[in-house]
Design a protein around this ligand. Structure first.
Ligand code: ARG
Length: 587
């Protein structure tokens, strides 16, 4: 199924070509003045510039050809040469009917045959997840769902931070506390215990203590550095202890992510590419790409027309330790080898943009990226009311777990205020509150363009009116309940008809789904999907306010309107699904 805009573009392109003009000027898009027309083609202006002719004359010739096509109810020229287009109601209804019969609802197939590796989440072993990790998870998950829906083969990787100095800090702190001496006994021949000597809660206490000690005392920092170097060199006791940290953290993190409905294909970490580093470094040295600089080994990545200074990528420190950029570079080698991706997308805080620029340049310079485009899809911060990155009232990092609990509480309050689910069994009400809370959190995050910062305002996010997740969930549930009642009455649904302005607007919005999915993919911008879903819900509510559905006495009309309800529910469910938002059975 091709989208209506694509269909119209093909027709207009043919008209341009028939006038001896490049077909590319026939691009048709949804009009940004819906009050004037449904669609517009602005190509005459650009074409006129290219062939040095009068834009209105070109527009006139193209318009004359379009007028011959019965698909159009209106072809008009506006201003200096815009072509405004309306499609006939019967053509709209016919396409809506076809959409009902299409399981994919016309979703684009831009990704057919292409592979995406998407790197998001990025939590660190033992360090608590903070709101930056939350944004990465929510945006990254939406993008993985969207690319999959657009027919890409998608491999998502959490890229666990499990190889840095924090590992040595934990090890040396545990060594000092003497809680697990066998891991420090150089003469111990193994095997090491199966069970971890520390729990997730222990790690959450040990890590900040260790980090504080290292900050206060250079000797402690040196000790932690040594432990890190020994771990990375493969000291058996440290490696065994490290495996426990990773396992314990993974278990906790999986629980947190799944409470948000987020899953990853791969749980690889920085450490997993460690074996690839020595051969990669040797190869870069041999090719003269890695060079000594002040005792360290670096890859120069500055380019002649850089406006800002671009420092070299640090591969190995003077003590031989590897860095964040080193593991990222080796991870590219690994991903290219295993998946040969067309695109690798990094959904990481925009403040790391410089880091990714260095890594990508180094990868391209050394041709380590295969055919993959490397791209950083950054995001801004979620701020508190004070405009600074969101913290708990006590000033600490807000843990995901607590954040979800807080959101669920707020959702409970809102449900009670709105008189929703009050008489449902408690278990169901709690489940609805959890879903509403998560929808509020996700939608608030996704509806802002990802690079803009926004303020965390739970009272606003959880409202049932306005541009919120709960409003959309409620709209979906209500529409669904119309269909359920129709089923109880034995009323059938049929292909939609288009007769009124509200029906026309709703069908146009429904037919705009592929365009929204395409634009959201192109810009890596979930806010386009949020906007689409909101407009859809609004178009539906205007339609609902003006038409009888269950009470419509004309059987044919009733069936056609139920068809529109069906298509609306399916489309809304699809888009909310892309946003990672669940729809309760009832509300
Ligand atoms: N662990 C990192 C952090 O907490 C994020 C990792 C992002 N992904 C990457 N390939 N560098 O900042």
């Amino acid at each position: 199924m091709t989208s209506l805009a694509a269909e119209l573009s093909a027709i207009a392109s043919a008209a341009f070509a028939a006038e001896g003009l490049p077909a590319k000027f026939g691009q048709v898009q949804a009009s940004d003045r819906r009050d004037l027309a449904q669609f517009q083609c602005n190509g005459a202006l650009a074409a006129a510039k290219e062939v040095r002719a009068n834009p209105r004359q070109i527009a006139q010739k193209v318009a004359d050809r379009l007028k011959a096509d019965p698909l159009f109810a209106k072809v008009e020229i506006a201003g200096p040469g815009f072509i405004n287009l309306d499609v006939t109601d019967s053509a709209l209804a016919e396409r809506a009917g076809a959409m009902i019969g299409d399981e994919r609802l016309g979703a684009p197939e831009a990704g057919r045959g292409k592979t995406l590796v998407i790197d998001f989440g990025g939590p660190n072993v033992a360090k608590p997840m903070h709101v930056g990790h939350l944004r990465s998870a929510i945006i990254g998950d939406c993008l993985q769902r969207l690319f999959r829906a657009n027919a890409w083969t998608v491999v998502s990787d959490v890229h666990l931070g499990d190889w840095g100095l924090q590992m040595g800090q934990l090890i040396s702190e545990i060594g000092r506390r003497g809680v697990a001496p066998v891991y420090f006994d150089a003469d111990f021949k193994g095997p090491y215990p199966e069970d971890s000597p520390v729990t997730m809660e222990d790690l959450e206490e040990i890590y900040p203590a260790a980090a504080a000690a290292c900050k206060a005392d250079p000797a402690r920092l040196e000790e932690a550095r040594r432990a890190t170097a020994e771990l990375q060199a493969g000291r058996p006791g440290y490696a065994a202890l490290w495996r426990h940290f990773v396992k314990v953290s993974e278990r906790g993190l999986t629980r947190e992510y799944s409470s948000l409905g987020i899953a990853f294909d791969l749980w690889n970490g920085e450490a997993s590419v460690d074996p690839l580093i020595p051969p990669m470094v040797d190869d870069l040295k041999r090719r003269g790409l890695a060079v000594e600089s002040e005792g360290a080994l670096v890859v120069e990545v500055a380019e002649p027309d850089d406006k800002k200074e671009m420092p070299p990528l640090l591969l190995l420190k003077s003590d031989g330790a590897v860095l964040y950029g080193t593991t990222d570079l080796a991870t590219i080698v690994d991903r290219v080898r295993n998946y040969d991706p067309d695109l690798v997308l990094y959904v990481v805080d925009q403040r790391q943009h410089g880091h990714f620029e260095q890594v990508f340049r180094a990868a391209r310079k050394a041709q380590l990226n295969g055919r993959a485009l490397l791209e950083h899809a950054g995001f801004g911060t979620m701020n508190g009311a004070d405009g600074k990155p969101f913290k708990t009232r006590a000033g600490g990092v807000m843990k995901l777990y607590d954040l979800i609990a807080m959101t669920t509480d707020e959702a409970q309050k809102r449900l009670a205020e709105a008189g929703i689910a009050g008489d449902y069994p408690e278990e169901e009400r709690n489940d609805i509150a959890r879903k509403v809370g998560i929808a509020a959190l996700k939608f608030a995050d996704l509806s802002n363009y990802r690079l803009t910062d926004y303020i965390f305002d739970l009272a606003r996010f959880t409202r049932f009116e306005g541009k919120t997740g709960p409003y959309l969930q409620y709209a979906a549930v209500r529409t669904q309940s119309i269909l359920r009642k129709a089923e109880d009455e034995g009323f059938a649904a049929a292909a939609p008809v288009v007769r009124s302005p509200e029906e026309r607007a709703l069908v146009l919005q429904l037919l705009g789904l592929p365009g929204a999915m395409e634009a959201a993919e192109d810009k890596r911008a979930p806010n386009i999907l949020c906007e689409y879903a909101f407009e859809l819900a609004q178009s539906f509510s205007r339609f609902y306010a003006e038409h009888h559905i269950l009470s419509e006495p004309d059987t044919g009309l009733r069936a056609a309107r139920l068809g529109l309800c069906r298509l609306t529910v399916d489309t809304l469910a699809k888009v909310l699904g892309l946003l990672g938002i669940e729809i309760p059975q009832r509300m």
